[in-house]
Ligand binder design. Structure first.
Ligand SMILES: [Zn+2]
Length: 305
């Protein structure tokens, strides 16, 4: 599907189904996770497994699939000693996504994931700019249909920096951010929590953050890589503070480097009920992040209208 078709659907108020998580699904299929790059190396080490995950998502009903480039940011590759592989790893990931679309022969758009993975805050946002621009350039030149800025887990100024970098691309741009609940005042905040009960990072109020991001970014905003239960509240808050298109693709489980730990407390049918509630509250794009897999995407694909 070209992006025009995705846009046409969104403009008509229709629902777009995004794929689920890549890394966690690769783990399930036996792919080896790299200690620093997580699933970033899989496109080169086990390309067939990456292609299979893409194909499974297309068959499950995804309208948009995302390249396995979350972990292959120039910033992370350079940091972990793979600086001479930036082009190769990213080219390979786009190539695999294209092959999957070709092989299944269904109308699907390819989103290039440009993430903040590996962007150490201590270096300051200025140091991140060349990496973001390089990643955007490579994925655009390799022919993705749109860009998803997966700025999940990042502070507001990093999110603003990656948005500013993306304004140089001619492609449509979606923005993903993650949220956590502030237990002290029950307010949804920009932030993240990967491990259970520990290591929760709380930044600023989501309403303030969304208002600021929307001054720079006019494309869809998606609540991603967040707890399923926080996602509902985050969509409601986002709707109140953003006039554009909204989406949601939360997590199921938690991260324990270098592996995603699955929690089997939510059935695909439960996931469908959650997705319905996000749509009711204003989301138009639904999919899944880490731990949300093919079965969940299949379940929510019935929401397509
Ligand atoms: Zn995730």
């Amino acid at each position: 599907m070209s992006y025009n078709e995705v846009k046409e659907k969104l403009d008509k108020g229709k629902i777009i189904i995004l794929d689920g998580g890549m890394g966690a699904e690769l783990e399930k299929s036996g792919a080896k996770m790299h200690k620093d790059l997580w699933c970033g190396k899989c496109s080169v080490d086990t390309p067939d497994l990456v292609q299979k995950v893409h194909e499974d998502y297309i068959l499950a009903g995804a309208d948009v699939i995302t390249t396995n480039t979350y972990g292959t940011t120039p910033i992370s590759l350079k940091q972990y000693g793979f600086g001479n592989c930036v082009l190769e790893y990213n080219q390979k990931s786009v190539e695999i996504a294209k092959k999957a679309v070709e092989n299944i022969n269904k109308d699907v758009a390819i989103a290039g994931s440009v993430s903040t993975f590996g962007s150490f805050y201590r270096l300051g946002t200025k140091a991140m700019i060349p990496g973001f621009i390089e990643h955007l350039k490579i994925l655009s030149e390799e022919g993705v249909d749109l860009i998803i800025l997966e700025a999940m887990s990042s502070q507001a100024d990093i999110v603003e920096t990656i948005i500013e970098c993306s304004q140089k691309t001619n492609l449509p741009v979606w923005l993903s951010i993650s949220c956590v609940m502030n237990a002290k005042n029950d307010k949804v905040m920009l932030g993240y929590s990967d491990s259970i009960d520990t290591d929760t990072h709380i930044y600023e109020s989501l309403d303030v953050a969304i208002k600021n991001f929307s001054k720079l970014h006019k494309g869809p905003i998606l609540i991603a890589h967040s707890d399923i239960n926080v996602t509902g509240e985050a969509v409601i808050t986002a709707k109140k503070n953003f006039q554009g298109i909204l989406g949601a693709y939360p997590n199921r489980g938690y991260f324990e480097k270098p592996n995603w730990k699955f929690i089997d407390n939510i059935t695909p049918n439960d996931y469908l009920e959650y997705a319905k509630s996000w749509l009711k509250n204003g989301a138009q794009i639904v999919g899944g992040c880490c731990g949300v897999g093919v079965e969940e995407i299949k379940a929510i694909s019935v929401l397509k209208n």
